[in-house]
Design a protein around this ligand. Sequence first.
Ligand SMILES: [Ca+2]
Length: 161
Amino acid sequence: MWLMLNSFHLFLSLASSINPPPPTHSPCPSGYISWYLNCYKLVEEAATWDAAQTACAKAGGNLASIDMSYDQAFVAGVVLQGKADAWIGLKRKVQNGSYMWTDGWPVFFTQWGPGEPSNLEGEGCVSMHASYFFHGTWNDTKCSDPKPYICKISKDFLWPS
Ligand SMILES: [Ca+2]
């Protein structure tokens, strides 16, 4: 009996010393997928490339840049699920024809589709193919075409160290 009471008291004191867990905190804004050091969101409402970049910037990010093959694999997976070609943050500069990421990253990595970039007049904005045949490769196309788009927010931006 003594032992039972004692363990009951032990249980009570233990129970009262356990704090409730802190509320879970997602590292990304709502609607964004957390992956590696960034947050991504596929927006399925179609917009021109410029309108898409503006919308991503309003949320604190940019159209997605793709800096390496890991990013490419992840973003392609997201775009393939959306089933429609989607804008990424790459655009050709009118001045010298070079490509630039909207978030300022240099272009280290590219994944152009066959025959791309075709560099046709007015085709300076880059979308990712959603079809399995093209497997997430890139195409320079008309900036004024409305397409779904993928935004990226850097977690460094959200939580500066
Ligand atoms: Ca093209």
